[in-house]
Design a protein around this ligand. Structure first.
Ligand SMILES: [Zn+2]
Length: 741
């Protein structure tokens, strides 16, 4: 027994030692040491644990918009529920408006140093030459009995001191009175909210977000998530119910999170009737406010005020837009368990494309995301037109894209529709599957872009969408600049967060879905993650673990490479050796070495193509001692017969880029047909640098290609073929130009 094992080991050892001059990097080792360990709050399966808890914050807010001075002021009552097992002696409140104060760090400096010639806007970003008095004035913080509460502000975070600790399981209410000057969106880089002024008709569109002091998150992984707001890293927020009253000029129209409670007071009878009609219009939008009516509104300039009352249940934030410029359309979407309203609000500057495309894009997004994750739970899904960028909030998003002289290029239109789909999609990631955006941008942007790109591919096939090829230019960048996906949001460069946090995770998920796990199993696992973590706060480990738990796929090698390193995929097809064995052997002679016929000159190690024909291989009869204790014998003639007349190919593949991946091999035969073989990533387990694999083919091969359908974002396709090609063929160029970007 012992002797046989040793013999066997010796054979195996001699087989696997080749090509291992480089050190082992443990690419298949579990990532347990890279992610947070499981506990009673978050299980090893990736689900919320039995002891999972999260805080809750309910808000009652009364706010007023001063259009003359562009000031928003309000009083809010927060009821904070301490569901944690900890007693809290202070609370942290987010004051995001303070980021625009001159002394605070934001992204103004990203344009780098002074250059010979700079445009004024960039100079303003850099120097804050106009020192706008941004930020909150906190008028008071009072407890439920009206007593002042002590607080201290550290930039964008306010510490609220409690006289008595808020014990585990207890709730408390307190009120904050505040105001701030609304910022001009053109004045700051990365302005997600603020106002846009339209000089032509002397009107303003207000996009109001992170406008009221909001509870910071307190959770089991961070304690207080009180990392400062620096603009790139977005938000971490608790769920709660909102009762909001907003007083605006009476000719303004408000679009907001939640449902409108007093439509009789703020909408005309005509508008209400149109809205009722829209509730059963499932195929096209109904105009609630037409172009002509919006033009008439623009001229009113009323100084009288009226109050809109809204309510939103179980949301993590509340945003609104207000203007007398809005055109408004609405369409109903029938979902399995309820009907929701898709609505768009836009100034005339968005015509005609916003009437044609915005609400349609909302419908497409809501339908595909509901199918891919879980049904859209909210009563409305709103898209508001802005000058630039896209920004998401629960039930409402602000989306850039306007025609020039009524016209829009195909590219601009694709960008605008993509933005609306994407921002509506954020209702799932992170508004409901509420990950910590300030820490992990990829968890909302990456997962959201993945479904957003699927929506584009399914509903807008005429436009380009992301495929693995799209990430290649980024993956080939200087490694000194690249960061892994698992990098804290604010530590990424403004020039590459889009590629690293949006596109790279998207491509990773596409590879997992389409090539590594398979669509059916992957889609169920992705849904599992979404459903496990809806209305909760997932961490990266919860996502990683759930995908493995729900698929039986060991993906640690993939996570390790794709999420934790900046390596790229570059497989090199180093060599393909061609062999034949012919049936002209003396099968009677069991004791003699049998040699196959030599078909041609030995093609050898260094063959650059198949021109010298196959090499003959020597196949000897297995000596008796190799069978050890076995008395039975393998049917050796049958093995010979199987191989007789066939082509045997041994391929050698080198891992140049560092990332291990499955290998797809395309065989092109002499008769013009092709065949695909797939090897799982596990083929790299024993040698992370070079693998060999043998195949039997009936037909003669004229060319071998790796990753022919570009599934794995291989950054260099020139070394993927045998025989090596000097120049890309017309076909390759065509293929290269037609596989998306
Ligand atoms: Zn986004």
């Amino acid at each position: 027994m012992r002797f046989l094992s040793l013999l066997l080991l010796a054979v195996i050892f001699s087989l696997n030692i080749q090509g291992q001059e480089q050190s082992w990097q443990g690419k298949f080792e579990p990532i347990d040491r890279l992610i947070a360990p499981p506990n009673t709050y978050r299980t090893a399966s990736g689900a919320p644990g039995k002891a999972y808890w999260q805080q809750r914050a309910d808000y009652v807010i009364k706010a007023e918009l001063d259009e003359q001075n562009n000031i928003l002021s309000g009083v809010e009552t927060i009821t904070y529920h301490n569901n944690s097992p900890d007693d809290l002696s202070y609370l942290w409140i987010q004051l995001e408006q303070n980021v625009n104060r001159k002394e605070n760090e934001d992204f103004g400096y990203v344009f780098g140093g002074i250059r010979d010639s700079m445009n004024t806007r960039h100079m303003q970003f850099l120097t804050r030459a106009i020192d706008f008095p941004a930020g909150y004035t906190i008028k008071y913080i009072k407890d439920a009995s009206g007593k002042n509460i002590k607080s201290l502000v550290n930039n964008t975070m306010m510490k609220v001191f409690l006289e008595e600790p808020l014990n585990a399981g207890d709730s408390m209410s307190f009120s904050i009175a505040w105001s701030y000057p609304i910022t001009d969106r053109s004045m700051y880089l990365l302005s997600r909210e603020g106002y846009e002024y339209f000089p032509e008709d002397n009107n303003t569109v207000y996009l109001i977000a992170h406008w009221f002091p909001r509870m910071a998150v307190y959770n089991d992984t961070e304690g207080w998530q009180n990392q400062q707001f620096q603009k790139l890293g977005e938000f971490a927020l608790e769920f709660g119910d909102y009762d909001v009253e907003i007083k605006v000029p009476e000719d303004h129209i408000i679009a907001s999170t939640g449902v409108l409670l007093n439509s009789k007071n703020v909408l005309t009878e005509v508008q209400r009737n149109r809205m009722a009609k829209a509730r059963s219009s499932f195929d096209k939008p109904v105009m609630i406010i037409t172009h002509e009516e919006a033009i008439a509104n623009e001229k009113k300039k009323s100084t009288k005020m009226k109050t809109w009352k809204m309510s939103a249940k179980n949301v993590r934030d509340f945003a609104f837009a207000s203007s007398r410029k809005f055109i408004w359309d609405a369409q109903a979407i029938k979902l399995p368990s309820h009907t929701t309203m898709a609505m768009s609000f836009y100034p005339k500057e968005g015509l005609p494309v916003w009437t044609e495309e915005s609400t349609k894009a909302i419908v497409n997004a809501v339908e595909i995301y509901s199918e891919a994750t879980f049904e859209y739970p909210y009563p409305v899904a709103i898209s508001v037109n802005t000058s630039n960028i896209g920004m998401e909030f629960p039930m409402i998003s602000f989306n850039g894209g306007r025609p020039v002289n009524g016209k829009m290029t195909d590219n601009a239109k694709a960008g605008m529709i993509g933005t609306i789909v994407h921002e509506v999609g954020h209702n799932w990631f992170p508004m409901i599957i509420s990950s910590d955006e300030r820490k992990w941008m990829w968890m909302d942007e990456g997962l959201n872009t993945f479904i957003h790109q699927r929506t584009m591919a399914e509903r807008y096939p005429q436009y380009n969408h992301t495929t693995p090829k799209s990430i290649v230019p980024f993956m080939t960048r200087d490694k000194n600049l690249l960061r892994p996906i698992m990098t804290t949001s604010d530590n990424e460069l403004l020039s590459q967060f889009g590629a690293n946090f949006y596109m790279k995770p998207t491509v990773g998920l596409q590879m997992l879905r389409n090539s590594i796990i398979g669509p059916e199993l992957f889609d169920q696992a992705f849904k599992e993650y979404c459903n496990r973590w809806k209305y909760k706060h997932p961490n990266p480990a919860d996502f990683f673990r759930t995908l493995e738990d729900a698929t039986a796929a060991d993906l640690d090698w993939f996570y390790r490479g794709w999420f934790f390193t900046t390596d790229n995929v570059d497989m090199e097809l180093t060599n393909v050796k061609w062999f034949t064995v012919e049936d002209q052997v003396n099968i009677e002679d069991q004791n003699k070495t049998v040699k196959a016929n030599i078909k041609a000159e030995n093609s050898g190690e260094n063959a650059k193509d198949f021109s010298s024909g196959p090499e003959a291989i020597t196949m000897v009869t297995t000596p008796n001692q190799s069978y050890g204790g076995f008395l039975s014998r393998l049917d050796e003639p049958a093995v010979r017969k199987q191989l007789s007349g066939k082509n045997i190919y041994e391929i050698t593949i080198k891992n140049v880029g560092g990332l291990i991946m499955p290998v797809t091999i395309e065989w092109q035969f002499k008769d013009g047909t092709t065949e695909i073989d797939r090897l799982p990533a596990e083929i790299w387990r024993l040698n992370e640098y070079e693998i060999q694999k043998t195949f039997i083919k009936e037909k003669e091969v004229v060319q071998v290609n790796l990753d022919p359908n570009f599934e794995y974002a291989d950054i260099n396709m020139k070394n993927n073929t045998f025989p090596k090609k000097e120049e890309p063929s017309k076909f390759d160029e065509f293929k290269e130009n037609n596989t998306g970007n």
